[in-house]
Design a protein around this ligand. Structure first.
Ligand code: NAI
Ligand code: MG
Length: 495
């Protein structure tokens, strides 16, 4: 394993340790309580910013502002004007993309190559939603009633959206909530887990998005998040994060039966058949987990390998993992950054011990990295566990670290049952050169996405979301907009 050393990028203007306020009703304000929290660079421990810490009182203010905007001037804004606002925002994000990429890297540790690599996706999303803003429409529907009654539907914005996002991809996650809200004419109160979305909020203001349409209240889940998800003035919660928090949000939503969409975690199967192009499958299967240090909801963490090639293939994936360069994400050569926090480091290290106690064998990795340049950050070696059995905890629970659990299988029927034997259903992968097998397996897997001979392909026009405990609702694509719209049926007696 190589360790990155050089860090050529100098101090970031938005992460210089200074104080950042929250955005409510177009104003940058302190928390009502005056409280602040600190965010640190997970690669070095250095202070990035102190951030106004929102709680229930700030959520109240932000929801009230979002409601006023929704019922007031924003309701008069035409679709093409919303489109223009999103296009303007996209241009500003494009102009500032390098700065935003560095900010995400500083914030949560991902290699700069990865945060820069979200460019097309982030800009594509904003421009896709911009396009959709003028394409929303109801239908005229032929009915069978006696007499003459004309029926049609209107699509109307659902209202005030509470968006709660995790830390693992701050910019993308923010755009995924703000984009559809603006496109459909909703207003939004975003509760991020860190400060990067505040920079995006600045760009929203610069783009001319009116006060109250986008509000950003950073704070903790148990306070700000809980207040937002239980708030009677919120019409919908759009959440991305763990299934445990997803369950808390569903319970909190019961008070006013608000609409909820959930993009939760997974334990996604990535399946390699003996007839696959192994030269492509080795890096594909490795990076399906190691990318973003495993902190991706759809990571292909259960690596099912046909028994004939199991030893060879898993050995090659371990070799690949061993060669990855671990270090500070700002180094352009870094392939694996730190985990986001001490808490995640503890959690993932716990699973490394559990795997070994359960009898799995770490072919590479298996330990935290605490020496030299890595000693100040939260680094874990890319890990490949072999001899993993279906019932082990490392084969069932979301680890959210760079940990592959490699499992052997014999034939396709047995494989499908085992691959589906999970409470989750987010991503899945299939590696084979046999086209009919690829289609057959894709149809049999109970998951929201199936990637064949690739992994983690994403596009703004293609829906993404979960089956089972990976959540409900879709993000990206036309379905995403439907989550932010109500349908009204109108009946007009014409006879
Ligand atoms: P989390 O699900 O607790 O946090 C995600 C967001 O929800 C954050 O903004 C947090 O402040 C908020 N939140 C937390 N508790 C809340 C509550 N009671 N009401 C409303 N909002 C609340 O995830 P966390 O604690 O950051 O990570 C723990 C584990 O969750 C990870 O190790 C990973 O396994 C999983 N996770 C999965 C993600 C995914 O995309 N699938 C994303 C983040 C975490
Ligand atoms: Mg949590």
């Amino acid at each position: 394993m190589a360790v990155s050393q050089a860090i050529p990028i100098t101090r970031h203007p938005y992460a210089d340790g200074s104080y950042k306020k929250m955005l409510i009703d177009g104003q940058w304000v302190d928390a009502a309580s005056g409280k602040k929290f600190e965010t640190h660079n997970p690669a070095t421990g250095e202070l990035l910013a102190t951030v106004a810490e929102g709680d229930a009182e700030d959520i109240n203010r932000a929801v009230a502002a979002a409601r006023r905007a929704f019922e007031g001037p924003w309701s008069k804004v035409k679709p093409f004007e919303r489109q223009n606002l999103l296009l303007k925002l996209a241009d500003l994000v494009e102009k500032n993309f390098e700065e935003l990429s560095q900010l995400d890297t500083l914030d949560m540790g991902a290699p700069i190559s990865r945060t820069r690599g979200t460019r097309l996706r982030v800009l594509g999303m904003l421009r896709y939603y911009a396009g959709q803003a003028t394409a929303l429409h109801g239908e005229t529907i032929e009915n069978s009633l006696p007499g003459e009654i004309f029926s049609y539907t209107l699509k109307e914005p659902v209202g005030v959206v509470g968006a709660i996002i995790p830390w693992n991809s701050p910019l993308t996650a923010s755009v995924w909530k703000i984009g559809p809200a603006i496109a459909t004419g909703c207003t939004v109160v975003l509760k991020p887990a860190e400060e990067a979305p505040l920079r995006l909020a600045e760009l929203c203001m610069e783009a001319g998005i009116p006060p109250g349409v986008v509000n950003v209240v950073p704070g903790y889940g148990e306070t700000a998040g809980a207040a937002l998800s239980s708030h009677s003035g919120v019409d919908k919660v759009a959440f991305t994060g763990s299934h445990v928090t997803g369950q808390a949000i569903v319970r909190a939503s019961a008070g006013n039966l608000k609409r909820v969409s959930l993009e939760l975690g997974g334990k996604s199967p990535d399946i390699v058949f003996a007839d696959a192009d192994l030269d492509a499958a080795v890096p594909g299967a490795a990076m399906a987990v190691f990318a973003n240090s495993g902190q991706i909801c759809s990571a292909g963490t259960r690596l099912f390998v046909e028994h004939k090639i199991y030893d060879e293939f898993v050995g090659r994936v371990a070799e690949f993992g061993k060669k990855l360069q671990v270090g500070n994400g700002l180094d352009p050569n870094t392939q694996i950054g730190p985990l986001v926090s001490a808490e995640q480091m503890k959690r993932v290290s716990g699973y490394l011990s559990i795997g070994q106690q359960e009898g799995a064998k770490a072919l590479t990795g298996g330990t935290p990295l605490t020496e030299g340049a890595l000693s100040k950050g939260y680094f874990v070696a890319p890990t490949v566990f072999a001899n993993v059995q279906d019932n082990m905890r490392i084969a069932q629970e979301e680890i959210f670290g760079p940990v592959i659990s490699a499992i052997s299988f014999k034939d396709t029927d047995e494989l499908i049952a085992r691959a589906n034997a999970t409470t989750f259903g987010l991503g899945s992968g299939v590696w084979t050169t046999n086209v009919s097998k690829a289609h057959q397996v894709a149809k049999s897997l109970r998951a929201g996405s199936v990637w064949v001979n690739c992994y983690q392909a994403m596009d703004p026009a293609v829906p993404f979301g979960g089956y089972k405990m990976s959540g409900y609702g879709r993000e990206s694509g036309k379905q995403h907009l439907e989550e932010y719209l109500n349908v009204k049926a109108v009946w007009i007696k014409t006879g």
